[in-house]
Design a binder for this molecule. Structure first.
Ligand code: AMP
Ligand code: MG
Length: 347
């Protein structure tokens, strides 16, 4: 067990002195969890191999799964990466600070442990005021994957982070709920035509308006072997609650009837069932129902949280409605498919 310093910080009225205690931990090579606009991140000095090793240990993360390096201002990119294209600059101007991660050729200063042995590095400039302040005060780029045990849903609420990670890291800053609730969009800028390796809340469509056509790694949409995914993290089982997740897809009325009849059967076998769905359908289901929201943005921000809540209720089987596979929906369906182990019931 590591002794964990836990601080509550109001993102609208930041206590810089309190953040300094955590920034000092980072500067000393320790690990600190802090909120970002996507999910909570588990940070350490990205340039310090020993510090980065602690991230992998705290998460139980496979060592070939590279980390995203978080920076405070755009200029820092020049010390970490080379071959920054005009297209990348356009994306930075538009989306940084914010939930877009870009992959570049790395400079030697970035240790292999941070890049998972690759010769590229993933970089993002977050917009959350607490994330920005702790990176600024630490004075170093911060490697920060999601603050969950590897394989579990990523935490978007401070209380969930404390429950899972207290004793595994040196500091935790609790700072409210994360806005987007899904991890950043990851785009590889090293190829002539950039390729999205992980969908997120910044969509393919938004990116294409600025830089023209981009590709999507076929393996993340189930069109090719997931083991060939270009972002090493995409090939692992991920976002899995303890309950078994199924996606039920098709005409809405059929979906509702199918889920209710499946629940009847499961309950006859003494299994506890849960449903995650659009808010408008909450009253139509049996079992423990969690409404994810009224639109795709809300669904994205509540998805991981709902899976963690289902675990707290000891739900054995979770049925989810399917969501439209466009815009932010692409990121939602990607995470949902992974948490379901690609089990889809078509009706
Ligand atoms: P997380 O840190 O948990 O948000 O996950 C970061 C994601 O970005 C994982 O899917 C990684 O495999 C991916 N990633 C990070 N760095 C690289 C890189 N250099 N090349 C390809 N994918 C990367
Ligand atoms: Mg993660």
């Amino acid at each position: 067990m590591i002794k964990t310093l836990i601080s509550n910080i109001d993102e609208l009225n930041i206590d810089k002195e309190e953040i300094k205690k955590h920034a000092d931990l980072l500067a000393k090579g320790k690990t600190v969890i802090f909120p970002t606009e996507t999910v909570y991140g588990l940070g350490a000095n990205a340039l310090d191999e020993e510090a980065v090793k602690k991230i992998y240990e705290a998460k139980g993360r496979p060592s070939d799964n590279p980390l995203i390096v978080h920076i405070y201002n755009e200029n820092e990119i020049n010390s970490l990466a080379t071959d920054i294209s005009e297209q990348a600059k356009k994306l930075m101007d538009e989306f940084w600070p914010g939930p877009l991660t870009m992959i570049f050729k790395k400079k030697d200063i970035v240790p292999q442990r941070t890049s998972g042995g690759l010769d590229t590095v993933a970089i993002r400039m977050p917009s959350h005021p607490i994330a920005r302040e702790i990176i600024r005060q630490s004075g170093v780029p911060i490697a920060a994957p999601s603050a969950n045990i590897s394989g579990r849903p990523s935490p978007t609420k401070g209380e969930h982070v404390c429950e899972e990670m207290n004793g595994r890291v040196s500091g935790i800053i609790v700072g409210g709920d994360c806005d987007f609730g899904l991890e950043s969009t990851v785009i590889d800028m090293t190829s002539e035509k950039p390729m999205i390796l992980r969908p997120g809340s910044i969509t393919k469509e938004q990116i294409e308006v600025l830089i023209g056509e981009v590709l999507i790694d076929p393996s993340i949409e189930g069109k090719a072997d997931i083991k060939k995914a270009k972002a090493p993290g995409m090939k692992y089982t991920h976002y899995s609650p303890n309950g078994d997740v199924y996606i039920v897809s098709g005409d809405e009325e059929n979906v509702i009837n199918k889920i209710n009849s499946l629940i009847e059967k499961q309950e006859a076998n003494n299994l506890k069932c849960g449903v995650i769905c659009k808010n408008k359908n909450i009253d139509k289901y049996k079992g423990q129902v969690i409404g994810l929201g009224n639109n795709l943005e809300e669904v994205g921000s509540n998805l991981f949280n709902s899976l963690i809540e289902m675990d707290k209720k000891n739900i054995d089987v979770i049925y989810s409605e399917a969501f439209s596979n466009t815009g932010v929906g692409r990121a939602i369906m990607n995470r949902l498919m992974k948490s379901a182990g690609y089990k889809v019931i078509e009706v």
